[in-house]
Design a protein around this ligand. Structure first.
Ligand SMILES: NC(=O)c1ccc[n+]([C@@H]2O[C@H](COP(=O)([O-])OP(=O)(O)OC[C@H]3O[C@@H](n4cnc5c(N)ncnc54)[C@H](OP(=O)(O)O)[C@@H]3O)[C@@H](O)[C@H]2O)c1
Length: 237
């Protein structure tokens, strides 16, 4: 799937790539969720498939103000988990609490840690959108039999770790690739996103902009100041 389609009202793609709009979702809501919401939902499902339930412990979301991170925080909170949101944007703590985070911490509080292979357990599961040093740090602070679901490479492709979190704590590392998720998995997850997995805070997760606003929004994105999702209105702009 290497087909450009951004900022257009129509795109021609093979029929096998698309699914019908599920009952319970408007077209606008489907874009409010989008690929980032699907990615977050696949990650949440991978965590829960490892028998992690809200009573198991806290769940950390990294890159929490990002498109994937904010949806993950909202969805996991909606599903009853106590969400710790790690962010570099302290000023967005109010936003993160509004979408469901129970606790907001600075991303440095996750990564500024001793160089030991295992540290005190702080969470039972993680949805990591950042990768790199962050991924290494979260693995070393995950509790016994915990799960780290990894989807992103914001800070780079490489990370190093030791085998100890895996052989002494039984941690599972789960990769997420929404781009090639099996069609039956996509249909199942989209149907849940249209119903019981539609976060109560969905209307707080995005902002509407018009095509004319794109240069400003892209600059904001490049400065690392974007929050949540930006929905481009192609009809009224
Ligand atoms: N595997 C998949 O299927 C899949 C699907 C979609 C996206 N992705 C990947 O997932 C990642 C997140 O996507 P997104 O759409 O959420 O991106 P995004 O909206 O740009 O969010 C990324 C977030 O990462 C955090 N961040 C930025 N610079 C950082 C740094 N230097 N150190 C630590 N954190 C930093 C920021 O959150 P805070 O300021 O809150 O920390 C930022 O909002 C990307 O790497 C993207 O390519 C993967």
């Amino acid at each position: 799937m290497n087909t450009p389609g951004g900022f257009g009202q129509y795109i021609s793609v093979p029929a096998g790539w698309v699914i019908p709009l599920p009952a319970g979702l408007t077209l606008k809501e489907s874009m409010m969720i989008g690929t980032s919401g699907l990615t977050a939902a696949i990650g949440a499902e991978k965590i829960m498939k490892q028998h992690i339930i809200p009573e198991s412990g806290d769940v950390l979301v990294t890159g929490a103000t990002g498109a994937v991170g904010s949806f993950a925080a909202a969805l996991l909170s909606h599903l009853g988990f106590r969400v710790i949101a790690a962010t570099g944007k302290h000023v967005q703590a109010v936003f993160l609490k509004k979408i469901g985070a129970a606790v907001v911490i600075g991303r440095n509080e996750v990564t500024d840690i001793p160089k030991k292979p295992l540290l005190s357990s702080r969470w039972i599961a993680v949805l990591d959108t950042v990768g790199g040093e962050m991924l290494d740090a979260v693995i070393r602070q995950t509790a016994h039999n915990g799960v780290v679901a990894c989807c992103g490479n914001v800070t780079g492709n490489d990370f190093s770790t030791s085998v100890l979190p895996f052989i002494l704590r039984g941690i599972s590392l789960k990769g997420i690739d929404s781009g090639i998720a099996a069609m039956n998995d996509r249909v199942r997850i989209w149907n849940r996103l249209a119903t019981d997995w539609k976060p109560a805070s969905i209307n707080h997760l995005y902002r509407d902009v018009n095509l004319d606003d794109l240069p400003v929004e892209i600059e904001r994105m490049l400065r690392g100041e974007q929050v949540g999702k930006v929905l481009v209105n192609l009809v009224d702009g």
